[in-house]
Design a protein around this ligand. Sequence first.
Ligand SMILES: C[S@@+](CC[C@H](N)C(=O)[O-])C[C@H]1O[C@@H](n2cnc3c(N)ncnc32)[C@H](O)[C@@H]1O
Length: 248
Amino acid sequence: MLRPEMEEKGQGQKSKKYQSMSQEIGLIDGSVHSFVKRSGRITEGQRRAIESLGPKYIIPYSDKFLVTETLFPQIKPIILEIGFGSGQATWRIAKERPEFNYLGIEVYAPGVGRLIMDLELHVIENVRILQQDAITVLKHMIAPASLAGIHVFYPDPWPKKRHHKRRLMQYPIVCLMAQKLIQGGYLYCVTDIEEYACFAKDSLDACSLLENVYGSFAPHQQWRPETRFENLAKEAGSEPFELFYKKN
Ligand SMILES: C[S@@+](CC[C@H](N)C(=O)[O-])C[C@H]1O[C@@H](n2cnc3c(N)ncnc32)[C@H](O)[C@@H]1O
């Protein structure tokens, strides 16, 4: 559970309601899974990519903060992506914005294999992968004030009210994310579910470490390519809701 004092000093009154809400449902205690077990079968190519190239790209779990300077060929500011799925946006962004290094988190093995294959194919050196629960990684492996940005594209929506406690973009978890950003670092979240977008916006607005850069929903950031889920959502007629916040 994220205690109130874990948010940095200067927290305003507005987050009181969310603190008691998060205490009620006991979040970030390791027992909340924000991901659905997906049934997609891993292909032979994806399995081989993980086996043979995993040691190059996948960072093993450790309960110590990462020494990020040792992870990439060049030292650059780091962007963390939570739940990259098949990684289609991940490698394209890494190629398009080479001035950053990227840490991608995903538990879905076929997605991890697929991203490794694309990193090799497109000769992309500035991406590393954590095949782990993102909340565990945030808590134990990411040092405070160490990230230049966080991407959360099309998080699992958990539409039923009784499942809202599994959502990634809830107050205690977005505060944990905010803690890990450097001053001026950004948090960029996109979803096509309007109700989830409003829920995420309420959580982000309540976190006093963060400021909504556009005051309301954000325009599309030109450098962000469509993700796989975005593509599926658009085919089904849904449009994205974008949220872009900065750490004060
Ligand atoms: C709806 S998919 C979106 C994938 C991708 N971002 C896209 O837009 O195509 C959400 C992804 O987040 C991953 N995910 C959800 N919670 C996670 C967690 N706690 N740790 C790691 N991955 C997580 C899921 O495995 C899933 O692949």
